[in-house]
Design a protein around this ligand. Sequence first.
Ligand code: CP
Length: 307
Amino acid sequence: MLQGRNLLSPDDFTPEEFLEVIQLAREIYKSPKDFAHICDGKILGALFFEPSTRTRLSFEAAMTRLGGGVIGFSEAGSSSVSKGESLIDTIRTVGSYVDVIAMRHPKEGAASLASEYSYVPIINAGDGGHQHPTQTLTDLVTIMESKGTLENMTIGFCGDLKFGRTVHSLIRTMTMFKGNKFVLISPKELELPKYWKTVVLDNQNIEYREVERLEDVLGDLDILYMTRVQKERFFNEAEYIRLKDSYILDNKKMELAKKDMIVLHPLPRVNEIALEMDKDPRAWYFKQVKYGMFARMALISKLLGVK
Ligand code: CP
């Protein structure tokens, strides 16, 4: 039963619950009209303390397409946070007006803190370099649509594995499904933090390897998850400039990949996928964007307990 629950990290859901949400997302995708009024009279609070295009707008579109309304802000500066109001008081206030809150915040753990004081379910729409579980739902729907399963795949994560919250959430979630193996492709400076390797991978005896060159492993992968180097999380601009173009996926490199490998990217993209790649049928990142809205429609419906 997902009604009334929070989604702060993948550990809040069981694999069966993830599958339940994915299944509903696919039903909504096939027949959106059947779901057009299930949230009539309900309101989503969309509190974005950090920039977003896809997550915020897909949440807004999702609630609107379910018949509900949306209130919120897209930058902290337009709220009373700019006058010094705390996150806790903001959440208590907004929770008095809405039925569910989706929030993005630059601080790791902010959504978790909010959930301790909220009167309504909290959805973590990204907290610093920590987690982004609704991007994971988006990724899972896309994988299910393209591969028909969430099991027995070799998944390569490439780019900024240190600050990439989408990477952290998807790795954790894919370890819940059997037979998945991971290839971690990054420069030393941006490798997956030790916590994720020890607690999420080593402690569960999950098979993985770490490499620096994408070309060396591209042919082994069923899924390649490209990521942007997260400029906003660097303390040193020179370091960002040195690392930002570590990987650029293009048509030439894709000659090394399997014919049925899919390329995912949470977006936004900067330079890490060449524009020429968009025509490759293995490029699934814009389909992924579309599935994100259906994934969020399904999540909102489940947390609100509407049918
Ligand atoms: N994938 C994602 O979180 O994109 P936005 O930052 O545009 O929301």
